[in-house]
Each structure stands twice: as structure tokens, then as C-alpha cells.
Design a binder for this molecule. Structure first.
Ligand code: MCN
Length: 773
């Protein structure tokens, strides 16, 4: 066991949760055993767009072990359409016009993989076999997978109330962009594609719903990142009071943004459990994950910038066309892309637009970074294109446009108020650590010699928004024996909150780190919360933990003062003991105070017990930033790209657990680099997913990645008492543009100006082969 330093915040502490995770001692939804458990498998559409003429389940029902088959008709009146999170005015109810998202489709499907019937059987194998027995009479309809084709005249319409298949549009303007463009001497333009990605957490989705005899309601175990939000949405859809629904997210094997909200399968299982009065479970297959779990990204952006000879960007126009798939799940994500559209740069005039388009594809929602990686990619690629066009070094163009440190808090033209930042400091450090000056010489020498392996150096600076509210809550309780239990409304699924929150508590209460237990993910015994996503948990949830802990500390000091016959103001917490200032021998421990707090000898006017609750409402968002440098080698004969060195300098303000921060950066880098080089979901024009398994969707392997050099600058935020910003998504945001910039940097001598991701060997080889050199 690691020795516990007296000051835990900021120390290299091993994660509390790892022993149980690495030994497989813990329970995921798939591990929960309940008497009478039945299993569910789904009948899904093979068509991208079709009408359902009828469903014949008779053969399936004859199969031994099959208990029931439910269709959309069976769910009518038992489950309202699922909540939709459309753009614009704060989302919509599930019943908005023609855009109903039903748990099981009633008469029409809009993407391959949409569920139309659920088979309930005694075993998972029987349920899956019986799916093949269900006969669906389909009437295929014309379909469209490409957003531009979907907006064209005569395209098939997905929802009656969305002409041209446009879900919503947004526009942000500031300054006088039209006037600046009208008098521009030089405009740099580039179209960029941010391809569709799949979440692929280690554990797919799973749900188990069981009747709760105690309340007459339900208990639902689900792989979800925000159990309270899930409970409220599901209760709404089922018409149940929220206190009849207990939602538990047990161990959750990763989420990356795709485990938010109530999915059709979740609602269907809840209805089945209520109707048949039995516990039922569904565990997603990997193919189902690729077809029926929300995807990420999928945008095309057209960018134009007015630039001066020295690289100054005078105005920016951007139009993002987002393919949101068949139903509006999280369609505010392209809005986030606009909000972060100017990145780390002071650009006085902007005209930023987004258009969200329905297509016959799986819905697109959050995926690590959710709208911010796209924004950083566009602006950071554009800066490199500008530098290349002007013949300037990419770092020079960045430095010419950076928001300077004395401008914070900075009111961006996109409406964002950046809290704090030192962008050049991060870039300078990243360039130094990577040794970019020497790399440039090596790059030139290789070109000169005509080496087989080209060298490319790419950089990217990023700023992102995180720490979303509206609140997060915590309960911190000292047990009568002196151990501490904390309950949080965040819901970690790999991020290590049990460790970091325990570090905060141990430091502020004088309790051993080992004696702190942090619980989350159960709506019955954790306080109301907003879950884990948008890198909010430390900045918002950790602050609630700190505030609740300080309330407990305050009461502990008052009780200690009574025990020590001193004034409360004279009692201090030092070396793990509550002692009278200047008299260390006098101290009492937290355990002694707890004994008093729950006993009969409390002073008058002090309530029994030693616990506190806090709801923290962040005054505004926080804006982590950083600079990344990628070094790549490209084999001229095969086009294969290898990342040989990677330096990330990330500034997430004050770090509570540097080891966890490093882990978050490593994971984020793997995902961001994979978007640049490997991953991509591909649809045929008719809406068939042609990358429907891990045989054709390339998640990164360890040998695709270099050993990372992770470094930091520390610029605290003034907007929470920890001074902490988020880190959960940061590395995903910085790495994708850094790698693409590196590849294009290597290919620039061959006339390449831009390439769209993923930069697989074939594409790079073609670009090299068609070059004049
Ligand atoms: N931390 C810290 N000091 C800081 C910032 C963070 O010690 N200044 C610690 C936190 O206490 C926490 C971890 O780093 O233990 C991440 O914190 P934070 O940035 O607040 O992010 P969240 O905990 O809210 O995690 C969400 C974020 C998102 S949005 C995605 S997507 C994502 C990610 O985290 N998905 C993940 N990281 C993941 N990691 C794993 N293993 N699995 C996922 O699905």
C-alpha cells in the first residue's frame, strides 16, 4: 500500500477503486443475480427506413422458454415517447410534433437497428434465437444517410414537422463580419470533415429492471452516467412518481458520453418488468452497440477567415452541418461547437452557423468532448492552413492571435466568458519539451536525403468549456466510530471519484484516507445529482464535497471546543487532531468528536450527529486549456503513419490527484489520436452501416500509440474554491488536430494542404502518389 502523506490533495495516491476492478471482485449490471430473472433480446430493423405492416410473433412464442413477445402496440399507454433533447429553447418534451422517439417503434423505423419488438425468455440464448422467429412485414421506404442529400429537394422526409430534414439551426454573430470580409485582401477557406465515431466502452450498455415489492414500483440497474437524470426521465415516461423508481448504476465499465439518458431498451425493460411482474435483463452485444447506441461527432464544417500578412485573423465564418441521425437526442452539441468556435484566439468579428440535419442513421449524441473537439479541430487546422498559405511558422500564427493573459476573464464573441488562461505559456512549454527546434532540422535533413520515412511535427492549442451545472450535491457523514462516508450525485464510471473525493475529505477532516468511503450511483442513498459528463465532476461535485466537508469540520471544531473547554475560534485542525491553537498536546481526534456528537453529552444548542449536505451551484463554467505536440513518421512506400512522440501540456487548474489526471490524459490521447488516424463509422448512401463490427471499426491498440509525455501548467480558476478545472475530455480535444497537423506538415512539401480523417495508410499513400514531387 502506498504511504499516505499528511497532505493528500496534490499527492500521488493510488486509486481506491482499482483493487476491486482489477481482481474482478465487483459487480456490473450483467453480474446481478435475482431469483426468477428473465432475459430480453430485441428484434431490430434491417432497413434504414421502412414502414411496419405487421409483426407475427407466433413462431417465437412457440419456442420453449419464451415467455412473451412485446411490440410497440403493447407499449401504447404504458410508456410515453422518450424525452428529446432538441436544440434551441431548452429541449422539448417527448411528444414534440412529429419527432416522437418511441421505446419500440409503432409503425415506422428510421434507422438500421431500431428496435421493433422485445422477446422475453428464460435464458439469453433462447431470447436471441427467438428473435429470428419473429416475422416482420416490412415496407421499405426511400432513405438518406448524407446530411447534404437529406436537405436537398425531394429527399425522403424523416419527421413531418422538419422540412428539408432540418432539426434546428443556430447562428452567433459578433463584430461586423460582413464588412470585414467585404474589404478583405486575403481570405483563407477550407472544408473539413469530422467523421462519425462509436463510443466502444469496454462494457456495452445493459439494463436490469425488477419490480420493487416494498413500494410497488421498480428498481432499475443500468449502465448510466447520470442515474438521477435517468430516474427522472424514466419516471416521466412511465408516469410513475420519482420515489417509486430506484435507479442504480453499479460498476459501469466506461461511458465516454454514450451512457446518458433513457434509451429505448431501458424503457422497454421497465415496462416488461411492471407488466409481467418479473425481473428482466438485457445486455447489449457489440454489434447492437454499433447500431443502436448513440454515435459521436459527424459534422462537416466550411471555414473562411480574413487574415492579415502577419497572420492576424480579423474575421471568421464557420458553417457546421451536423448529421444528427434519425432522432434528436442531444442536438445542442453543434451549438457547443459554435460556442468554442474561436478557440484560444482573439477574433473580433465572427459569423458562426450550425444546421442539424435528420438522416436515416443512428442518432448522434455525446462522445468524449461533445462538440468541443470538433471546434478545436476546425480552428486549429485552419490556423495551420493559414500558416502554410502565408509561409509562417504555425506557432507564430498562434502567438499572433492568442488571447493574452491579462484579458481574463475574457468575454469571447461567442458569448463565453473564459475564466483564466495562459495560452502561450502552455505552447512554449510543449514546444520546448518536444524539442521542436531540433525536430525541424531533422525533418529538413530527411527531406533533403530523400529518406523513406518523412517526419511531421504538429501542434494544437485548445480551450474547452466544462463544469456544467446547474448544481451538484454531496452528503458527508462522520459515522459514530469516526469513519467517514460521503455520498455524491456524480457517478464515476472509470474516473476515480472515490479516490479524489476521499483525498479532499481526508485533508479537511483529519481522518485516514482508508477510513473514507465514497458512494455514488444509487438514487436511493445518494443526494440529488447531475451525474458525470462534460468534465464537471471535480469542479462542481468535488466543490460540493469540499463545502459539505467544511461544514462538518466547522461542527467538529465546535464540539471539540466544548470538549477542550476552549472557544471554537481557537480550535484548529493540525496533524489530524483538533487542538487548541498553540497547545498541540490538548488535541482530540475526529473519532472522539464523533462519539460525543452521537452521545448524550452534547452542549446545549448543538444538534446531534456529525454530517452535512451541500448543493453547489457553479457561478459559471470553467475553461481548461493546453497545448499538444505530435511527432509522426510517414512511410513513403506504404503511407503508414506512426506517432513516434507525443507531448501534452494540459492546464486543468489545481490538480487533486495527479496520477488520475495523467490517466485521464492517457485515455483521452488514445481516443483523440484514434480519431485522427483510425476510427470512423461509415454508412452506405442508403443508410446501411458498413462498419458494424470491431472487424471494420479500428479502435486503437497499444502498439498504435507511443509512450506519452504528459506535462502541465497550473492556472487556477477563480470560480470554485478548489481552483480546479476539468481534465476528463481535454486530451481528446487537443490531440486530434495535433496529429492531423503533424501528418499534413509532413506531406506539405508534396503539395498537400488538407486531408480528412481518419488518415489511414491508403489515404496518405494516395495523397503522396498523386503529388508532383
Ligand atoms: N481531477 C483532478 N484534478 C483536476 C481535474 C480532475 O484530480 N484538476 C480528477 C477528478 O477528481 C476525477 C478525474 O480527474 O477523478 C476526472 O475529473 P473531471 O475532469 O471532473 O471529469 P469527470 O469526472 O466529470 O469525468 C467525465 C469525463 C468525460 S465527460 C468523459 S466522456 C470521460 C472521461 O471523463 N469518459 C471516461 N474520462 C473517462 N475515463 C474513463 N476511465 N472512462 C470513461 O468513460
Amino acid at each position: 500500500m502506498a504511504t499516505i502523506p499528511s497532505k493528500l490533495m496534490g499527492a500521488e495516491v493510488k486509486r481506491k477503486e482499482d483493487p476491486r476492478l482489477v481482481t474482478g471482485a465487483s459487480a456490473y449490471v450483467g453480474d446481478i443475480a435475482l431469483p426468477g430473472l428473465h432475459h430480453v433480446a430485441f428484434v431490430r430493423s434491417p432497413h434504414a427506413h421502412a414502414r411496419i405492416r405487421g409483426i407475427d410473433a407466433s413462431a417465437a412464442l412457440r419456442r420453449p422458454g419464451v415467455r412473451a413477445v412485446l411490440t410497440g402496440k403493447d407499449l401504447q399507454g404504458q410508456c410515453a415517447p422518450l424525452p428529446l433533447a432538441g436544440g434551441g429553447e431548452g429541449g422539448q418534451s417527448g411528444d414534440a410534433g412529429g419527432r416522437k422517439h418511441l421505446a419500440l417503434s409503432l409503425d415506422r423505423v428510421r434507422h438500421v437497428g431500431e428496435a421493433v419488438a422485445a422477446v422475453v425468455a428464460a435464458s439469453e440464448a433462447i431470447a436471441r434465437d427467438a428473435v429470428d422467429d419473429v416475422r416482420v412485414d416490412w415496407e421499405p421506404l426511400p432513405s438518406v444517410a448524407d446530411p447534404f442529400a437529406a436537405m436537398a429537394e425531394g429527399a425522403p422526409l424523416l419527421h413531418a414537422d422538419a422540412p428539408r430534414n432540418v432539426e434546428h439551426e443556430n447562428r452567433i454573430t459578433a463584430g461586423e463580419p460582413d464588412a470585414v470580409f467585404a474589404r478583405a485582401r486575403r481570405v483563407v477557406r477550407q472544408r473539413m470533415v469530422n467523421q462519425r465515431l462509436c463510443g466502444v466502452p469496454l462494457e456495452g450498455r445493459a439494463v436490469l429492471a425488477a419490480p420493487d415489492p416494498l413500494t410497488g414500483g421498480l428498481t432499475v440497474w443500468v449502465t448510466n452516467q447520470a442515474p438521477h437524470g435517468f430516474r427522472n426521465e424514466l419516471a416521466g415516461a412511465l408516469g410513475l412518481p420519482q420515489n417509486l423508481l430506484r435507479v442504480i448504476a453499479p460498476e459501469v465499465g466506461g461511458g465516454f458520453g454514450v451512457k446518458f439518458g433513457v434509451y429505448p431498451e431501458d424503457a422497454t425493460l421497465a415496462v416488461i418488468a411492471r407488466r409481467l411482474r418479473i425481473p428482466v435483463r438485457w445486455v447489449e452485444t457489440r454489434t447492437e452497440h454499433m447500431l443502436a447506441t448513440t454515435h459521436g461527432r459527424d459534422q462537416v464544417a466550411d471555414l473562411e477567415a480574413v487574415v492579415e500578412d502577419d497572420g492576424a485573423i480579423a474575421a471568421l465564418r464557420m458553417h457546421v452541418v451536423a448529421n444528427i441521425g434519425a432522432y434528436p437526442i442531444f442536438t445542442f452539441i453543434p451549438d457547443l461547437t459554435l460556442f468554442m468556435g474561436v478557440g484560444v484566439y482573439r477574433i473580433p468579428a465572427v459569423d458562426l452557423r450550425s444546421t442539424c440535419v435528420f438522416t436515416n442513421t443512428t442518432p448522434v449524441a455525446a462522445y468524449r468532448g461533445a462538440g468541443r473537439p470538433e471546434a478545436a479541430y476546425y480552428i486549429e487546422r485552419l490556423v495551420d492552413v493559414i500558416a502554410a498559405e502565408l509561409g509562417l511558422a504555425p506557432e507564430a500564427v498562434r502567438r499572433r492571435n492568442f488571447i493574452p493573459p491579462d484579458a481574463f476573464p475574457y468575454q469571447a464573441p461567442t458569448g463565453q466568458r473564459y475564466d483564466s488562461g495562459q495560452y502561450d505559456r502552455a505552447l512554449t512549454k510543449a514546444l520546448d519539451v518536444a524539442g521542436v527546434a531540433a525536430l525541424r532540422k531533422e525533418q529538413a535533413a530527411r527531406l533533403e536525403r530523400g529518406d523513406r520515412h518523412l517526419l511531421g511535427v504538429g501542434m494544437a492549442c485548445y480551450v474547452e468549456m466544462c463544469g456544467f451545472g446547474p448544481f451538484e450535491s454531496a452528503v458527508v457523514r462522520v459515522e459514530p466510530g469516526g469513519a467517514v462516508t460521503a455520498y455524491t450525485g456524480t457517478s464515476a464510471h472509470g474516473q476515480g471519484h472515490e479516490t479524489t473525493f476521499a483525498q479532499i475529505i481526508a485533508d479537511h477532516l483529519g481522518v485516514d484516507f482508508e477510513k473514507v468511503v465514497v458512494r455514488h450511483g444509487d438514487t436511493m442513498n445518494t443526494p440529488m445529482g447531475n451525474g458525470t459528463g462534460g468534465s464537471r465532476s471535480l469542479a462542481v461535485g468535488g466543490t460540493a464535497i469540499l463545502n459539505a466537508t467544511l461544514k462538518v469540520q466547522d461542527k467538529a471544531r465546535r464540539i471539540a471546543a466544548h470538549m477542550l473547554e476552549a472557544a471554537a475560534d481557537d480550535v484548529v485542525l493540525a496533524d489530524g487532531r483538533y487542538q487548541v491553537r498553540g497547545a498541540p498536546a490538548s488535541g482530540v481526534t475526529l473519532a472522539q468528536i464523533a462519539e460525543r456528537a452521537y452521545g448524550a453529552a452534547l452542549p446545549d444548542g448543538v444538534e446531534s450527529g456529525l454530517e452535512a449536505t451541500d448543493f453547489f451551484r457553479p457561478p459559471q463554467l470553467v475553461y481548461p486549456f493546453g497545448a499538444h505536440v505530435a511527432v509522426v513518421e510517414i512511410d513513403r512506400e506504404t503511407g503508414r503513419v506512426r506517432v513516434t512522440r507525443y507531448v501534452s501540456v494540459d492546464d486543468c487548474g489545481v490538480r487533486i490527484s495527479p496520477m488520475i489526471v495523467a490517466g485521464q490524459v492517457h485515455g483521452g490521447l488514445a481516443q483523440g489520436i484514434a480519431q485522427a488516424l483510425l476510427e470512423g463509422l461509415v454508412y452506405a448512401p442508403d443508410g446501411q452501416l458498413v462498419t458494424g463490427s470491431l472487424m471494420d471499426y479500428a479502435v486503437p491498440h497499444a502498439d498504435d500509440l507511443p509512450s506519452f509525455t504528459t506535462d502541465a501548467t497550473v492556472t487556477p480558476t477563480p470560480f470554485n474554491p478548489l481552483g480546479a478545472k476539468g481534465i476528463g475530455e481535454a486530451a481528446t480535444i487537443g490531440s486530434t488536430p495535433a496529429v492531423v497537423n503533424a501528418v499534413v506538415d509532413a506531406l506539405r512539401p508534396f503539395g498537400v494542404r488538407h486531408l480528412d480523417m481518419p488518415l489511414r495508410a491508403e489515404q496518405v499513400w494516395r495523397a503522396l502518389s498523386s503529388s508532383a514531387r
